[in-house]
Structure formats: structure tokens, C-alpha cells
Design a protein around this ligand. Sequence first.
Ligand code: SF4
Length: 505
Amino acid sequence: MCGVLGLFYFNQPVAPDLVTGLIALQHRGQDSAGILTSDVTLHLKKGNGLVSRVFNEKNLSRLTGSLGIGHTRYPTIGPGTSEDAQPFFVNHPYGIGMVHNGNLTNYFTLRHELETKDLRQLTSFCDVEPILNVFASELEKYRSEPLKPEHIYQAVKTVFQRAKGAYSVVALIHQQGLVAFRDPSGIRPLVLGKRRVSAEHSSHSLRHSVLRKRPVYEFAVASESVALDLIGFTEFRDVQPGEVIFIDRHHRLHHHLLNSCKPRTCIFEYVYFARPDSVIDGIEVYEARLRLGDTLAHEVMRRNIQPEIVIPVPDTARPAGAALARALNIEMREGLIKNRYIARTFITPATINRSISVRQKLNPVRSQIQNKNILLVDDSIVRGTTSREIVQMVREAGARHVYLAVTAPPLRFPCVYGIDMMTRGEFIAKGKTESQIARLIGVDELIYQSYDGLIQAVRGNYRDRQFCTACFNGNYPTGITERDLRALEAERRRWMEQAEKKKSE
Ligand code: SF4
């Protein structure tokens, strides 16, 4: 999972707003950050770490231009070295920079084809690089004529034919414009914002020469609507699955639907990944989390347990915890306090890091826990390491009984679309019953959301909405061969071994 952002302003520099937007998307990846801008030439800055660590006043001052793209990365296929930080760019044709969120399921096949048949040399293990090379190769065919929207559509069509998986992409073409597209299944989110340029915000000469002739708009494309909120875009819509957006150098918007499919949005965006103040494919994430608490309450009420208070595991489970407590007619208390300056546990790559960072991140409030029956609420259980640590912490703080209610059903299948759970062996739920998992985690009772409850809660009023739910039921929207699945799992295992080795050195 990564955060992508593209901005095309009229005559203002984009770099400061790219940083603001990337900070709003920081929860989507903390491994590296990067920005590429374009004016008379291209300007690139990228590096490992948080957005606030990579960018400073000095390097921002050289990222000039009104057109730019940015990225926050969590490593999916590669080992997460600085060579894998995005944006990536190719010099030819035009100079094209690209960022993406997602994962290619045929990465190894496509990489091999590009290197042996297309004679393109790839420099990283980042899966945006094959997408960029396919796109650039196709666009090169039209280099002898002025760039038209149809050329962009054709290039993206070829990407769709060759690159399998889930990807939301933003690209800039030097001195030509901004491009964005979302894969035909629409698994990863992407939102397009637009705002009219007012004469007061423009230089005197431009105001008279351009703005008086026609309305001019500025554009933004981002993984989540929250990034657009923060940089002042109030009008936005979701990019549709299979849709291509091209904003040309005269700030004219062109868009074309290459495939008309309904979105199969990753349901985990609503459960865990996305910020609660985002709206994805029309569904408000915060509202979805409240409903997850309501449907989970039905499961809790079926059990013979007597919780006295609800304690959400901060921050994601808070809305569900509030709804659950209300439905059970008991109080919700903040019994676990989070240190805001520690990175998200679930997306910390190595297991050993996880249990250390849980203790650094959360601390129990004894007065709220001692001698009580506690119902903890969490969003999901992946490997179980975090849950086990939290339960132990709550017991040490004096709880009489500890129950754990989870807003998602058991995770049993790998995600091949860009989320850090890529091998079947990683899941605590693999091949185990609920009571076996409860014993491993150390809770008196474990209550999972039902699959139907999950769907019903996230859907809300969108009764016919479909989602990707592959990690719960193995139903992959794009289809996937066992060969590709095994290759992805092997690569992931190799990467984990490398990370463990690096740590012990
Ligand atoms: S497999 Fe799960 S985490 Fe991955 S895209 Fe589908 S729903 Fe999201």
C-alpha cells in the first residue's frame, strides 16, 4: 500500500502542497517518499523515511514548477531499498515520471518480457517500473506527432493488456501534462479533484491574457480524498476502474473509460488502511467503521460473556468501539494510550520489530482496566503478534477477563494487490479454529466479524457494491495463477530473510 499524489497548478509552485498532501497520506507508507516536478526541466528528490525527514526548505526550493507528482511508499515486491523509492522516470519520450499504488501479479513475467523482448533495462525491483516502461514504449510510437489524448489512451490500453494486478497510477509528462489511471478492477482507490483558478491568485499578465478568455482549472489526483481536503480542493470524484485521465498543458481535462467495470475496491481500505476522514468510491470510511461496530455487536451478543467496558485499540478501531459500546449499552473508555510518534505496527516489515513497537506505541490505563471484564476491539488480526502483546499488557494491568472483538473476519489468503501479507504462512488463522487462535493470543473469548456482517457494514446504502475480499475468501478479482502466487510468495520470503539478516548484522 502506498500513497500517490499529482498536482497541476496554473502558475503556482506545487511542491509545498505536494508535501502537505503526502503528509496526509503518510499512513499509507512510511518507508520512503519522493517528489518529481516539471518546469523547464525535471526536478527529483526522493529518499528513505517519513515525508518530514526527506523534505526540507532547501530541497523544496529546488523542486520548482506547477506540475508535479509525489509518493509515500510501503515496499511490496522489492526489498525496500532507496533504489525502489518512487517517483521513477524515463528520459524518452518527453521525460515521463510515474508513481503508483498497488502490485503487479505478473511482475516477474512482465519484467522478463521487457528485458528480453522489448530490450528495456530495469534498475529496481519496484513494480511501477515495468508499468512505466510499457507506457513509455507505447507513447514512443507517436513521438513524430504532437501528443494527443488518444495516444495516452492507447498507451494505457497496452498497460492494461500487459500489466496484471491492482494499480492506481499518476504520471507526469514533461511539458505535456498530468496522466492518471486506475486498473480495470479498481481495487486501489484514486480520486480526482478540480478547482477554478480565481483572478486574484494569478499574476497580472496571466489574469488578463488567459483567465478572461475562458475558465481555467487546477487539478489534483490522490489515493485518498483527505489529501485533497488539506490542499483546498472541494470538488472531487473517484477515478473509475479502467478510466484514464489526461490534463493537457493547456489545463484541459480529457478522460476516457477503457473498460466499464464496477469497482472492486479493497475492502481492507475501509477496515484499516484508509484515514477515517476519507471517502472512497462514495463510501465514507468513518461511517463504514461505525457500521462495522454495529454488525460486530450482533456477534458479541450471541456469546455468553459479560463485558463491563469496551476498550478500542487506537486509532483505527475507535469508531467501531464506540458503536459497539452503544449497542451493548456499556461504556467505551480509552484504556490504551497511543504514543503518536511511533509508526503503525501492522506496516512495520519485520516481525521482531512489531512486538517491540507495540510496547513503545501503547500503554494501558490501569484505573480503567483493573478488576474489570474488558472487551477489546481491534480492526483485524494478521499475524497475531500485536494482539498477543496487547492482551498480555491488559492482563498485566489487572483485567479480570479479556475478550477480543475484531471488526474483520479471519484473514486466510495472501494479498497480491499491494498489502503486506503476501504469504499464506503469515496468518495466525491459517488452518486454525477460532478457539485455537484465542488460546494463542491469550484471550478468554475471541469474536470475529462475520463475512456477511463485513460486507453489509461497508456497503451501507450501496446495496449492489462489490469489493475485493480475496484475503478473506481467496476470490481474487483479477484471477491469479498458482505460478504467479508461488513466485510472489517466494520473493516475499526472500525479502523477509534479507530484512532479518540485515537486522542481525
Ligand atoms: S486481498 Fe484483501 S487486502 Fe488485498 S486488495 Fe483484496 S481485500 Fe484488500
